[in-house]
Design a binder for this molecule. Structure first.
Ligand SMILES: Nc1nc2c(ncn2[C@@H]2O[C@H](COP(=O)(O)OP(=O)(O)O)[C@@H](O)[C@H]2O)c(=O)[nH]1
Ligand SMILES: [Mg+2]
Length: 201
């Protein structure tokens, strides 16, 4: 994924706002502050296209980035952000469930987990949601520059064990700051986007 053009084309607060052109897409999910926006910037090779936040964001929309006019990279911010009302949270959960449950162009989800910590309850919940909806996904450990190489290998094994991942789910260790693991991740994304639609494809 070394796109020539990247454009933020849609911020969707409702399922009706999701793009309908059928272009294949990859979505990044994970707890607030885990490094989604930073990883998107790395993945598409644009420093400031997705906003990196100092404080956890309270954004309530799903962002669609069009790359090379052929695919979408999708940012789902604010997952598990605590300081919102119960009704706002419920609306957000519905939006996410609708997206993961019925999104035909979705080829791959990348679930981001902080490499420095064991999976949190929200990480478990998110993985369960992906498995339940039979969304193909990979786990991306983030911020690996903050830990040693041997610790990173340990973290990958731990996340696999603790979330009890099916063996075909890949775990990739990355750093948006150093670019570690980005080649592998980019290859996984490209392969997924090239696959035809359908669960058995
Ligand atoms: N050390 C380090 N910090 C990172 C990395 N990726 C993101 N961060 C920091 O983590 C914070 C949250 O990042 P952001 O991309 O906004 O996370 P998001 O809320 O999941 O979109 C920011 O302060 C980033 O600079 C990384 O690979 N290494
Ligand atoms: Mg973000």
């Amino acid at each position: 994924m070394r796109p020539k053009t990247v454009e933020m084309v849609r911020a969707a607060a409702r399922p009706e706002d999701f793009p309908r052109d059928g272009r294949p897409e990859v979505v990044l999910l994970g707890r607030s502050n885990v490094g989604k926006s930073s990883l998107i910037n790395r993945l598409v090779g644009r420093k400031g296209i997705a906003r990196v936040s100092k404080a956890p964001g309270r954004t309530r929309e799903i962002f669609f980035y069009l790359v090379d006019d052929r695919a979408y990279v999708v940012d789902v911010p604010g997952f598990g952000y605590a300081r919102v009302s119960a009704s706002a949270r419920a609306a957000w959960d519905r939006l996410l469930a609708s997206y993961l449950g019925h999104r035909e162009p979705l080829r791959l989800a990348l679930q981001l987990v902080d490499s420095r910590h064991p999976p949190q309850p929200l990480d478990h919940a998110l993985a369960a949601l992906l498995l339940e909806n039979e969304v193909p996904f990979a786990i991306v450990l983030t911020k690996a520059d903050k830990i040693s190489g041997s610790r990173a290998a340990q973290a990958a094994a731990e996340v696999r064990r603790e979330i009890d991942l099916p063996p075909w789910i890949q775990v990739v260790t990355t750093s948006a700051h150093t670019g570690a693991g980005m080649k592998e991740l980019s290859r996984i994304v490209d392969e997924a986007l090239a696959r035809p639609a359908g669960k058995d494809a």
